[in-house]
Design a protein around this ligand. Structure first.
Ligand SMILES: *[C@@H]1O[C@H](CO)[C@@H](O)[C@H](O)[C@H]1NC(C)=O
Ligand SMILES: *[C@@H]1O[C@H](CO)[C@@H](O)[C@H](O)[C@H]1NC(C)=O
Ligand SMILES: *[C@@H]1O[C@H](CO)[C@@H](O)[C@H](O)[C@H]1NC(C)=O
Ligand SMILES: *[C@@H]1O[C@H](CO)[C@@H](O)[C@H](O)[C@H]1NC(C)=O
Length: 701
């Protein structure tokens, strides 16, 4: 009987399996899930707002895999999508083959973003998950570049330039600045033309960006143009854009290039757009505006600089612009300055174009007095908040030591900062050295409080680590107007703690320098007493005491309403909420979430936060015995950091990368040699050990 039953069941097994397979693959669509769009309703549906469209074939395996994810995303995002004016839709490319061919769909599934006037960009993240799709929808619905439908019906303002026109511009014939784009084609006359770009997926996306850029630049009185590289091969090769002239690698994707020509100049007037490719029109407009402004070395007044150094809101209200500027000011004495002193400014335009937020100015005054006033204001802030401790006083000696310079020199002022920086320009040697000046600029080129995101964390972690030992991240949220206000209050408290720490840090540096000075004086005295030859004494006297300016803090804030996956992605454990502060030890990649007393680090207690900074960096000055080091968290940034990161960005390819890496390491001769040496060594040691044990045993016997 039982065997009989078994045999029956066995016979049914394939059918059961099929049944299970069918129920698994054909997931039940949620209620109200719409039919795919077709040629008849496509345009009309698009006109209703933004759409994320899945172009699929019912037969492709990846499409089948995506289907249940898509349904779930559609269902869960329905209400939020209505508010954001963005919809998840589908097109079945077997039923609507004509529509898909009109839209240039070449592979399935192809997920793309559309606005009422058409295709904007593709969704290329892998794997396609509910979370990544919803994050894409949120991000894109907020992006003004996607929404401005007026611009879509408008025409591009970019002029078609032949090589010869372009050469006239760089020969000094431009009377306005020109932002010029370079394309891998010979057919782009009007930059709106529909052109088939080979090996350049980004070109189509960029046409729209370029149109918006060209129209925004009209308002800035900056001209725009575009060059066809296939028609002007020599020019494009000269400019370093050879890949736009001819396809050399059939698998490589190409991207259009952009450069700025400055007006009325015959040299140093061509500046490449320094960042990687972007579809954000603002990136290009900001670059052109800021670089052109910097090339004019505009005057600035002390009143304007005073406004820079005050308490400000770092997180802007919706639509307002960021307060994160850095002002580099060339200060000279009109009585003593010579024309050649100004030459340096010209050489700074190009390197400064690479640092976001930096503005170059000039002033015919010494700014030491202003710097001192501002610095004194910092002490007012510290003493106002920190009433529990003895009043802290501005140290004239320390200030003077840090501001020794002659005119002309450079001063740097940052939005919201009370510490101004002075370039040590003792003579023309320092003031005509572009490299030294840029090194100094780079060192202070971080905004006072910078927004930290998943994509820039790594960059800030490695920013000038010898000078900045910690990165302190304030957790904020900007979902509503009220939250934005709260975020600014939190960042202010973080800054108070950091100013208070800055005082301790400067005092400590000053003491160290003084100690070295005393030591030097003592040893000179000793040499003199010993009647050492004069040249030895002079050598000792010439020894420079290096300026100490390390253990600085890098400050940032993380917007939890935008960065939902931040902690998981970097392997930071525990619960983290608005108000908390995380301190990252940049050189060791450790992080801290608890203060000396084991409480969560938070900006709500600036004094305890200050103490945490001191404990970590200058333990000898800590008021409470430093327990901080005992509280460091395992280092998620160390090994796991890079590992998770590779996998996160590349999915299964990430794992493959790691496997390939391991194979390469194992295969590398030096690794293998070291491994063999170690193995030999180990086996020898083991052999000796075993022999030793045997001997012992014999002795015992
Ligand atoms: C959604 O977007 C469309 C097209 O841009 C626009 O006409 C419509 O007014 C928007 N609807 C809402 C509710 O914002
Ligand atoms: C460039 O020179 C021309 C002619 O001298 C002048 O009209 C124009 O304003 C100058 N442009 C700029 C940006 O200085
Ligand atoms: C900048 O300031 C200098 C010195 O005060 C003055 O001679 C010059 O005209 C000013 N330049 C502009 C563009 O205002
Ligand atoms: C700072 O100055 C005030 C007033 O002059 C004085 O009472 C205080 O002792 C000073 N503090 C320190 C730490 O020197």
């Amino acid at each position: 009987m039982t065997t009989h039953l078994k045999r029956h069941l066995l016979a049914f097994l394939p059918f059961i399996a099929l049944l299970i397979a069918l129920t698994v693959t054909a997931a039940e669509p949620p209620e109200g899930f719409p039919e795919p769009l077709n040629k008849n309703n496509f345009k009309e549906e698009l006109s209703k707002g933004l759409h994320i469209i899945d172009f699929y074939s019912p037969y492709c395996p990846h499409c089948k895999h995506l289907e249940p994810v898509w349904m779930e995303t559609w269902d869960e995002f329905r209400d939020e999508g209505k508010k954001l004016n963005i919809t998840f839709s589908q097109v079945n490319c077997v039923e609507s083959a004509d529509l898909c061919s009109e839209e240039n769909i070449e592979s399935y599934p192809d997920v793309r973003l559309y606005n009422p006037s058409g295709y904007l960009k593709s969704f290329t993240e892998r794997p396609k998950t509910k979370e990544s799709l919803m994050a894409f929808a949120r991000r894109e619905s907020m992006d003004p570049d996607n929404l401005d439908t007026d611009l879509d019906s408008a025409l591009s303002q970019s002029q078609h330039l032949e090589g010869f026109d372009f050469i006239k511009l760089i020969a000094g014939k431009a009377d306005r600045p020109y932002l010029v784009s370079f394309w891998p084609t010979k057919n782009l006359k009007d930059s709106d033309d529909s052109v088939n770009f080979e090996n350049c997926d980004k070109c189509h996306e960029f046409q729209r960006t370029w149109k918006i850029v060209s129209r925004q630049l009209v308002m800035e009185d900056i001209k725009s143009g575009h060059v066809n590289c296939e028609s002007n091969p020599t020019l494009c090769k000269e400019l370093g854009f050879s890949d736009l002239v001819k396809i050399t690698n059939h698998r490589a994707d190409r991207e259009p290039k952009v450069a700025l020509v400055l007006p009325n100049k015959t040299s140093n007037n061509l500046i490449d757009y320094p960042k990687g490719f972007s579809v954000k029109s603002n990136d290009y407009v900001d670059f052109a505006k800021r670089t052109f402004a910097n090339s004019q070395f505009p005057n600035i007044t002390e009143e304007e600089l005073k406004k820079v150094a005050r308490e400000i809101d770092f997180v802007p209200e919706k639509g307002a612009s960021f307060n994160n500027d850095i002002h580099l000011v060339f200060a000279y004495d009109p009585e003593t300055v010579v024309v050649e002193d100004f030459d340096i400014l010209e050489y700074l335009i190009e390197p400064l174009s690479k640092i976001p937020n930096i503005y170059l100015h000039q002033i015919d005054k010494n700014l030491i007095g202003l710097s001192r006033d501002i610095f004194e204001n910092m002490y007012k802030l510290i003493n106002d908040y920190n009433t529990g401790e003895a009043q802290k006083n501005f140290s004239e000696e320390y200030f003077t030591m840090n501001t020794v310079t002659q005119l002309p020199t450079f001063f740097m002022f940052k939005d919201g900062d009370f510490v101004s920086h002075v370039y040590p320009g003792y003579s023309t040697t320092e003031m005509r050295n572009v490299e030294e000046i840029m090194k100094w600029v780079q060192k202070y080129s971080n905004p006072l409080a910078t927004e930290i995101t998943s994509s820039n964390l790594r960059e800030w972690m490695s920013f000038q680590t010898e000078s900045y030992s910690n990165l302190a991240i304030q957790l904020v949220s900007t979902g509503s107007g009220k939250q934005i206000k709260g975020s600014n209050t939190l960042i202010r408290k973080l800054l108070l703690a950091s100013f208070d720490y800055e005082h301790v840090r400067m005092e400590n540096n000053f003491e160290q320098i003084n100690e070295k000075r005393t030591k030097k004086a003592d040893s000179i005295k000793l040499l003199k007493e010993k009647k050492t030859p004069a040249d030895k004494i002079v050598d000792k006297m010439r020894e420079e005491i290096p300026h100490i300016d390390n253990k600085k803090l890098l400050l940032g804030y993380l917007d939890l309403s935008k960065e939902k996956k931040f902690f998981r992605r970097f392997g930071i454990t525990g619960d983290h909420k608005v108000g908390d502060v995380i301190i990252i030890d940049k050189s060791n990649n450790f992080y801290y979430t608890k203060d000396n007393f084991g409480n969560t680090l938070t900006a709500n207690e600036p004094l305890l936060l200050r103490e945490a900074f001191v404990s970590l960096n200058i333990p000898s000055k800590a008021l409470y015995s430093s327990k901080m080091k005992g509280r460091l968290m395992n280092s998620p940034f160390h090994n796991a950091f890079s590992f998770l990161d590779i996998v996160h960005q590349n999915g299964i390819y990430g794992y493959l990368c790691i496997i390939i890496l391991i194979i390469i390491i194992l295969k590398s001769p030096s690794f293998y040699r070291k491994y063999k040496v170690r193995r030999n060594y180990n086996s020898k040691r083991n052999a000796v050990g075993i022999l030793g044990n045997l001997e012992k045993k014999q002795n015992q016997d």
